[in-house]
Design a protein around this ligand. Sequence first.
Ligand code: PLP
Length: 394
Amino acid sequence: MSEEILSRRALSIEPSLTLQISAKAKELEAKGRDICNLSAGEPDFEAPNEVLKATSDALSKGFTKYGPASGDIDLRKSITKKLQEKNNIDIGLDNVMITNGAKQAIYNLFQVLLNEGDEVIIPAPYWLSYPQIVKLAGGKPIVLKSHPETSFKIDIQELCSKISPRTKFIILNTPNNPTGKILEKKELIEIADIVRQNKNINILSDEIYECILEKGFRHYSLASIASDIKNRIFTINGFAKGWAMTGWRVGYLAGREDVIKASSSLQSQSTSNVCSFAQKGAIAALQMGPEYFEKINEIYDKRRNLLVNGLNKIKNISFSNPNGAFYAFPKLPNNSISSIDFCKKAIDDFGLVVVPGIVFGDDQCIRISCAASHQKIIDGIERLQKSIYKYYQL
Ligand SMILES: Cc1ncc(COP(=O)(O)O)c(C=O)c1O
């Protein structure tokens, strides 16, 4: 297709580099190369049996028809209860809608709230889709950098300096993809104060990794800490990461009623309801007790430790320990090689697949996932060390 036929909107979207990297890895694997893939953005285990059963029961009972665009009423009730009881968010049924993954919740929100030229402050490193989704809605991403040397903390003064009369949103993501860092309560309080002082600013709080936490760490929802400005806080979440339900495509958006209504209308004219039987699986996920997360977090803690201990042994890289999600985001020794070139060379020379930091807003870093077996993590670290020592002559 010639470029002229494409809309300006389509032309503004950047192709996914991660897809290029994984296509290359697959091609080499098909040729019989020994590949160690630590690029996964999804859990490496199956969804819980309870979820599988509830989903297949729904299918066999014929729960396969169109449903309400805003979501299955029973799932919306369960999510409302969860947000009230577990997250301490003062919210009602009309403040919640179901979306096709957390991604569609973010997409809908920006489509219904951004006007051409509205600015969205995105702390980096960020999840790679945020800037693209902002641009698709006509918005302008304003990136706020942070660094491993300062534990990827958001610099509050710098945040304030990025605020302009066009600032409509700040995006928060805790625990963070790709750094695995968690926003502390006091940081959230500081950010809430800034929002209080700037009446046009809203917050998108992406909490999709809330259940994947290192022992001793706690997740706080901004909407529970700053209930006086809850009308300007939009909580995003989903079932993909916590319950390994990536393919179910069930997420949700919670916030003020008029925005939920507008977002449901948008959804009714675009994708309609989220897959009916998948939503029944999500209800079963919410019914699972704390033992489920104790079990998976024990596994992730061991893997995170393995990754951190391995990275600690590699000379001349800096990183900040992740305390949530399943990633680390180390900084390469210097900027003589772009993160894309580093990742391409590491696949060619050592069969190691990791994600270039440029897609997360930092071209000197790479993202390594520990959603993989111990053996694979150990193997990947060895290959990473060899790559770094070779390319930086250490
Ligand atoms: C931080 C973050 N937010 C949102 C999403 C989207 O999640 P979903 O698969 O539910 O659309 C992801 C997926 O990788 C993510 O990492």
